[in-house]
Design a protein around this ligand. Structure first.
Ligand SMILES: N[C@@H](CCC[C@H](N)C(=O)O)C(=O)O
Length: 283
C-alpha cells in the first residue's frame, strides 16, 4: 500500500489514496500506521480523494486513535498540496467535501503555501446557536478554567490565559478532551493574546494528544479572540511548530493560510500493517 507523508508546521499527516487499496483501512491499520514506534508515525491519516456529489473531491480524516474527525485545517491544506503534487489540481480554487462541511482551497507558491476557506465558525459544539463567544466555567482537577466553545466543523474548547506553555496543555489537555461536558470529546486550545494581530496557542488535539500545530485550532482560537474584541480580523497564530494566518469576516467566515512541506513517499509492508499488539505467553 503506497503512502505520502507531509507536515504543516510540524502537524504531520499520512495521505493514503483509496485507489491504492483493495478495501478501506481497519482500526488496527490506522493505529499502527500513526504509531511513532510500530508504524510510520503521524498526527493522523488523510484518506482520499474519494468521489463527491457536491464538491470536486471528498476526504476522510482519521485521528491516531482511529476516530474519524469531521475536519482538520492542516489536514485539508496537506491534502490540497497532495492533489497539486498529483497534478489533480492546478493553481485555481477547488472544493473538498468533509464530514464537517465543504471547504475551498487554493495552492500557491509552488505548493509551499496553501489557503483554505474553513467556512463559518460557530460558538457552540453543536452547529446551531451562539452568534458570539460565551464564557463557561470548566472544573478540572481542582482548577477552574473559563472557556469558550467553538465549532469549525469539528469541536473546540478555547481557554484564554495570561501565559501559555506546553506544560499546561500536557497537564490538562487529556482531562478536558474527555470531560463529560463534551459528548463527542473536544480539541483544546490554551491561548495567550500577544497584541491586536497575534496570539500564541498551545494545543491538545482530540484523538491525537499534544501537537505542534493545528489549523482548525488556530481558526477556533482566532475567531474567539476576534469575537471578544481582543484582536482585529487579521491574526497571526503562533504555535510551537510555526505561524498560521487567519482572516475572519464579520459573519465569522475564516480563511487560513500557511506552509506545507512534503516529507516522503513510501510503501507499507503487509507484515508491518498486521496487528502489532502481540501478546507473548511465557510458561
Ligand atoms: N490537526 C488538525 C485537527 C485534526 C482533527 C482533530 N484531532 C479532531 O478530532 O477534531 C487541524 O489542523 O485542524
Amino acid at each position: 500500500m503506497r503512502f505520502s507523508k507531509y507536515h504543516a508546521l510540524g502537524n504531520d499527516y499520512i495521505v493514503i489514496n483509496p485507489k491504492d487499496l483493495n478495501a478501506g483501512l481497519s482500526e488496527t491499520e490506522i493505529k499502527t500506521i500513526c504509531d511513532r514506534h510500530y508504524g510510520v508515525g503521524s498526527d493522523g491519516i488523510l484518506y482520499g480523494p474519494e468521489a463527491s456529489d457536491s464538491c470536486d473531491f471528498a476526504l476522510k480524516i482519521f485521528n491516531p486513535d482511529a476516530s474519524e474527525a469531521e475536519k482538520s485545517g492542516n489536514g485539508l491544506r496537506i491534502f490540497s498540496r497532495y492533489l497539486w503534487d498529483q497534478s489533480l489540481v492546478l493553481n485555481d480554487e477547488f472544493t473538498i467535501e468533509t464530514k464537517g462541511g465543504m471547504v475551498s482551497s487554493v495552492v500557491g507558491e509552488q505548493g509551499k503555501s496553501v489557503s483554505v476557506d474553513m467556512g463559518k465558525v460557530r460558538f457552540t459544539h453543536e452547529l446551531l446557536g451562539e452568534p458570539e463567544p460565551t464564557a463557561e466555567v470548566l472544573k478540572v482537577s481542582g482548577r477552574e478554567f473559563s472557556c469558550y466553545l467553538a465549532n469549525v466543523g469539528n469541536p473546540h474548547c478555547v481557554i484564554l490565559l495570561d501565559e501559555v506553555d506546553d506544560g499546561i496543555a500536557k497537564a490538562f489537555g487529556s482531562q478536558i478532551e474527555n470531560n463529560p461536558r463534551f459528548a463527542n470529546r473536544t480539541n483544546v486550545q490554551f491561548v495567550q493574546v500577544i497584541d491586536r494581530s497575534s496570539i500564541q496557542i498551545e494545543i491538545w488535539e482530540r484523538g491525537a494528544g499534544y501537537t505542534l500545530a493545528s489549523g482548525s485550532s488556530s481558526t477556533a482560537a482566532a475567531s474567539v479572540v476576534y469575537g471578544l474584541g481582543l484582536c482585529d480580523a487579521n491574526i497571526n497564530v503562533h504555535m510551537p511548530g510555526g505561524v498560521i494566518n487567519i482572516k475572519i469576516d464579520e459573519e465569522f467566515f475564516a480563511t487560513m493560510t500557511g506552509a506545507v512541506c512534503k516529507i516522503c513517499e513510501g510503501c507499507f509492508s503487509s507484515e508491518g500493517l498486521a496487528d502489532q499488539n502481540l501478546a507473548v505467553e511465557v510458561n
